[in-house]
Ligand binder design. Structure first.
Ligand SMILES: [Zn+2]
Length: 91
């Protein structure tokens, strides 16, 4: 949606051909709901926004590590790390 809006407003052909009524309805206190239950208001062209992730529940902000390790890559890396450490100590 954001990318489409950007393309629309930065395209000179669209802009020159239709300068009238180019501004969408703006909602200064649009309601945003996250899947985790967090709610806040923001300025938007949509009256209501539903999002799947926010700063209250994203692992980057919560500090919780959630590594999706489907192929055992993390374990293999740790084993290799241990191996190389063992070698370094022997020398
Ligand atoms: Zn959230």
């Amino acid at each position: 949606m954001v990318i489409l809006t950007l393309i629309y407003y930065t395209n000179p052909v669209i802009m020159s051909s239709n300068m009238k009524d180019i501004h969408p309805q703006y909602y200064p206190s649009a309601k945003v709901k996250c899947a985790c239950g967090n709610k806040w208001t923001t300025g938007s062209t949509l009256p209501e926004i539903n999002t799947g992730i926010c700063d209250k529940c994203h692992p980057f902000y919560t500090g919780q590590d959630k590594i999706l390790d489907t192929q055992g890559r993390v374990d293999r890396f740790k084993k290799r790390l241990e191996k190389s450490r063992g070698k370094a100590r022997k020398k």
